[in-house]
Design a protein around this ligand. Structure first.
Ligand code: GLC
Length: 753
């Protein structure tokens, strides 16, 4: 007896072959319409309903929900997607219910937060952004996608493209930093890595650009807080990375928890209808963030769940993640005439179209192949790939007396700090399905260089117990019993490697910090160590920029290693010993102290900019700290050095400008340089940043080698968005600046008509 699904398949194939070819309708659109015409209102609403898996949660589970209800609704065809179900065996179970036990057998979208790897962990996204290497980031994204898809996932909730200007916000680890241009380039690379060339390839995933929009501007860096930004900032700073990702083909978008102009994003028609589905003609689906529809009641713009469901569907939220409100209220809202069924049809078309594109109607078990899962997950190729990515993500912040790279023999090295032996923290937050304590530790990495002697002393625990995903991290702030041993180790060492920073769960969602110094007893320990040994290398492991002012003032060498994923220790050791010449550049400014936040390089002039000649106080500044960052955006050192010369500008027709520059490796060894192009618009109809990144190229140079680089500036680079989202280029003078950081000084003026 043919199952319902087989009957449906025959029907849809018949429709595809027999229907008059409507040029404007793709085959998929035709199949979608055919299927839609067979669906009841309940079944349509069911497609708009996304449930969490039956055990793992990535947010507060709503009161109405319980696992038994989920299974019941699954069998009734009232579930269109599930998240947090991983592994071919588990995915097959729920897919089988949807396909073989419901009337129409419509397969499920299986979503998951594959943010920086699934089992074989890449560095956290903020670390990868420090590589400025789009090819490497695409490759790393592809590795994560392959492992996730092999484990049954067909949709990842990434890339996160929220601009991060405030290191107090724990989710800066998940993004690509403070600059719109860099975040946009990385967004495109990630979408390419996840979706590949063919979405029905069972080792690719549908991308989901998030969080739409403005979440990174949560006030005072406190997660889920209010967002107050102007329309100009929305269009100039926040939206371009979303548009870049959609232009790269991203099929879905996730909205955000925050309000914008007083309206929560999930109920915000300006964002989701006027801009996304209107001006940008987005044809994919919008999924709410976890429970964000129901949270409009907490925002106090909806008096109850039914009102929230109505607001969300009218505003263009197509799928309800885990608030149970669409499946509870939409039928009544349609039948009472408060919501047109045409809106439901539009949402369901977007959802079904993705399922057809993923190939799920051709084979609902396409992503369920146990043998492929065994072969793909944890492959040597993936391990090698994430190691390469990790090395490229490390940023050398300070290296006085060329303390680095280390000699490979004859040294007595003290290795101090709990994080030196920590095999869990390098996995970072949003660690997919990584097994705990599986990263290569710094100590393990160093032990690959056995001709030096290592003396490890923890000094102090960083945390009191192993942190878990949903609970606060408990820091050790009292037990100094390991200090004596650590100080003794440092006293007798040639060199000290102090591995300090944050536990892997001190950043990520709901992990905001009001203070960004070294947490726990680490700063105190460091100050004791420097009393007995001046040659201290700080290896700073963190999910955000930390306040490293004291370290910068007292230590000769500092390496920013973020949370580098599964191969962390090998990458760090290879940089410490010079087997890899560090090439990373900061994607976020490192402040002098937390009081400077939010801090970003592309600030505006203000009406009272600093005037070097003045000694009056009436200009925009603090009395106790300079305005600029301790380490600026785009900054990073190398074991070699570079010089820039021969900057030329050629103004072409139709407001295009060709920029040329020579870059030379003036040091003793091969190295990579991120050549950055910044633009200053002298006068404009809106206040504009004093300088903005508008191009970069990462190049490798042998000692003494010179390369001539070319950049083409057009409307996208020379223009800016107004508060209505219109891109305009205004004639006038510009200055182009090129160099190895946002402090680039080689400058040239040009004018466009
Ligand atoms: C979380 C996050 C979002 C994630 C979703 C599913 O609350 O805000 O980024 O994709 O829920 O886990």
């Amino acid at each position: 007896m043919k199952t319902r699904f087989q009957l449906f398949l025959i029907f849809s194939l018949y429709c595809a072959c027999s229907a008059p070819k409507t040029p404007s309708l793709s085959t998929i659109d035709h199949q979608v319409d055919s299927l839609l015409s067979m669906m009841t209102l309940e079944e349509k609403i069911g497609q708009m309903n996304q449930y969490n898996g039956f055990w793992d949660v990535t947010g507060p589970a709503p009161a109405e929900g319980d696992a038994s209800l989920k299974y019941e609704n699954l069998r009734k065809g009232l579930v269109g997607s599930m998240l947090n179900i991983t592994g071919v065996e588990e995915v097959r179970k729920v897919q089988k219910i949807a396909v073989e036990e419901t009337r129409l057998g419509i397969p499920l979208l299986i979503g998951f937060d594959m943010i920086h790897g699934m089992k074989t962990m890449s560095p956290i996204p903020l670390a990868e952004a420090a590589s400025w290497d789009m090819e490497a980031i695409e490759k790393s994204s592809q590795i994560g996608a392959r492992e996730a898809a092999a484990m049954g996932i067909n949709w990842t909730f990434a890339p996160m493209v929220d601009i991060g200007r405030d290191a107090r916000w724990g989710r800066v680890m998940e993004g690509a930093g403070e600059d719109t241009y860099l975040v946009s380039q990385i967004a495109k690379a990630r979408v390419r890595g996840y979706q590949g060339e063919n979405l029905s390839d069972p080792l690719t995933l549908a991308a989901c650009v998030k969080h739409f929009a403005g979440y990174g501007f949560s006030e005072s860096g406190r997660d889920y807080n209010t967002v107050e930004v102007s329309r100009v900032t929305l269009h100039q700073v926040i939206l371009p990375p979303f548009k870049a990702a959609l232009d790269a083909g991203a099929r879905t978008i996730m909205n955000s928890f925050n309000d914008l102009d007083g309206v929560p994003a999930t109920g915000n028609s300006y964002l989701q209808r006027e801009i996304l589905k209107g001006k940008w003609s987005f044809g994919g689906l919008v999924v709410s963030d976890w429970g964000s529809i129901g949270e409009m009641v907490n925002h106090r713009v909806a008096k109850d769940g039914k009102e929230a469901a109505k607001m969300a569907v009218l505003a263009g939220s197509d799928m309800d993640m885990e608030s149970y409100l669409y499946v509870s209220h939409l039928k009544e809202l349609v039948e009472s005439g408060q919501v047109k069924e045409s809106l439901i049809d539009d949402a369901v078309r977007r959802i079904l179209r993705l399922k057809f594109e993923l190939g799920l109607f051709d084979n609902p078990y396409l992503y369920c192949d146990e043998q492929r899962e065994q072969e793909i997950v944890g492959s040597e190729e993936h391990v090698a790939g994430v190691l390469e990515m990790a090395k490229k993500s490390i940023v050398l912040l300070k290296n006085e007396q060329n303390l680095l790279p280390l000699k490979k023999s004859g040294l007595n090295i003290a290795v101090i700090g709990a994080l030196a032996e920590d095999k869990d923290s390098p996995l970072g937050s949003w660690r997919g399905e990584a097994d705990p304590n599986t990263a290569i530790s710094v100590l393990e990495g160093l032990n690959e260089y056995p001709d030096n002697k290592y003396n490890f002393a923890k000094g102090a625990d960083l945390v009191l117990e192993q942190p878990v995903f949903l609970k606060e991290v408990k820091l050790n702030t009292t037990d100094r019993s390991g200090f004596v041993q650590a100080i003794q180790a440092a006293r007798s060492a040639d060199i000290v490697i102090a591995v300090m920073g944050e536990n892997g769960f001190q950043s990520g969602e709901a992990r905001s910090r009001s203070e960004i110094k070294l947490p726990g007893l680490q700063q105190e320990l460091l100050e004791e160590l420097v009393k007995v040994n001046e040659k201290i290398i700080l290896v700073s492991m963190s999910g955000r920029p930390l306040d490293l002012s004291w370290a910068d003032e007292h230590l000769p060498a500092i390496l920013q290693v973020w949370h580098l994923g599964s191969q962390s220790g090998h990458a760090i050791a290879q940089v410490l010993y010079g087997d890899y010449n560090p090439s990373g550049k900061l994607p976020m400014s490192f402040p002098r102290n937390v009081g400077q936040l939010p801090l970003y390089y592309n600030q505006k002039s203000t009406g009272r900019p600093f005037n070097p000649g003045d000694d009056i106080v009436f200009w925009s500044h603090y009395s106790d700290v300079p305005n600029d960052a301790l380490y600026p955006f785009g900054y990073g050192l190398s074991y070699t050095s570079f010089s820039y010369s021969d900057l030329r500008a050629e103004v072409l027709e139709n407001q295009q400008v060709k920029i040329k520059v020579n870059v030379k490796n003036t040091g003793p060894r091969e190295g990579e340089e991120v050549v950055q192009l910044y633009l200053h618009d002298h006068f404009s109809s809106l206040t504009r940043p004093v300088r903005e990144l508008k191009g970069f190229q990462k190049i490798s140079l042998q000692p003494g080698e010179v390369k001539s680089l070319e950049f083409l500036l057009g409307k996208e680079e020379l223009g800016f968005f107004d508060g209505e989202g219109n891109l305009q280029v205004e004639p006038g003078e510009f200055t182009v600046m090129i160099g190895g950081s946002s402090k680039a000084e080689l400058a040239l003026k040009f004018e466009i008509d």
